[in-house]
Design a protein. Structure first.
Length: 113
DNA sequence: CTCCTGACATCCG
DNA sequence: ACGGATGCCAGGA
């Protein structure tokens, strides 16, 4: 599972582990995988994950807490709505109290790994 | 088969 | 401090 050779597979795994009402950034996931510079790969992985229901890409935002990938959610504010439904306050694709809702895989998953 | 792009982040100048 | 260039992997044309 987590021993997959694919970089994407690891990204999917982390995304699935994101609890509801929580958000994380591409850089956090990338850094957790050991490739902070591969943050764009994380986004690209999400692109593939669009067809995967197990990957809540709407919980993954950029370092600014901005829902950059909302364009991939049908071109609507669906991404923002999903987050609001989970209890995350989002105004104009910008997450309020980003650090408060921020879920760090390195920090959270580090306990079990 | 080869080149470029892709939902970002970080370093160098 | 700000701007431009680089980096990672994989898929699409």
């Amino acid at each position: 599972m987590s021993n997959n050779s694919g970089f994407f597979e690891r990204v999917y795994e982390v995304c699935r582990l994101i609890p509801e009402g929580r958000v994380t950034s591409y850089g956090a996931i990338a850094k957790y995988l050991g490739a902070a510079k591969s943050a764009r790969m994380v986004g690209w992985a999400m692109n593939s994950s669009k067809k995967l229901e197990d990957v809540p890409a709407h919980r993954v935002v950029n370092r600014k807490g901005l829902l950059t990938g909302k364009s991939h959610f049908g071109g609507s504010n669906a991404m923002q709505q999903l987050l609001e439904e989970e209890g995350v306050e989002v105004i104009e694709l910008q997450i309020l109290n980003f650090e408060k809702y921020f879920w760090d895989p390195m920090k959270e998953l580090s306990r079990d790994l």
